[in-house]
Design a protein. Sequence first.
Length: 223
Amino acid sequence: MTALLRYHSALLVRSQRWLPPFLLYAVFLGVGVQGGQPLLDSLGYAAAFLLPVAAWLVRICVSNEPPAARTVVAAAVGPARAHLACVLVALSAAAAFGMAATALVTFVSDPVGSDHQRRVPVLEAAGAGLLAVLTCALLGAAVGALTAWPVLRSPGRAVPALLLAALLALVVSGSPANAAVSGLVDGSRTATVHLPLWPTAAAALLGAAAIAAACALTSRRSP
């Protein structure tokens, strides 16, 4: 698996297809996060913006390999393992974007509540932000896995489905991403840090189930 991860990571880096989602995320952060804003609010924005970016990265990684090379790799290690490596590389890239954003947001934001008076513990807030980022990255990977090949083949269906699913994952009550982001924003009102442990665990379970389902389909459907 290590060799597969290195192979797909090299493909992603050399293709430079990671640049559009990275730049989109940077634009989101530039618009939604400003220096001196309350820390927890800004961390919530950074986490929420990451979900569609993670889904986009999964779509890029699963379609980044030439068909002939994909056939060879699938024959060597099995289609499920090959597909899993693609998704894991995308998830790792999204998590890296999110961790860098969390560090930047923590540095430029003001460690206070939304009233700009009560202080917020910086390290605890950064930890909550990292968990929220991980939650959104996992749920974004699940969305990407279920709206890309082999689940959906036609881009005309896959892209709108990805956008709709990413939106619903953020706004629907009960969604792990919604719970994690809302916990940060609500905590900002009271200057209280709530670690989103349960949302992160739920996102991990949902992500694992979605990725496993997509991997299981790869052996039944040809590219």
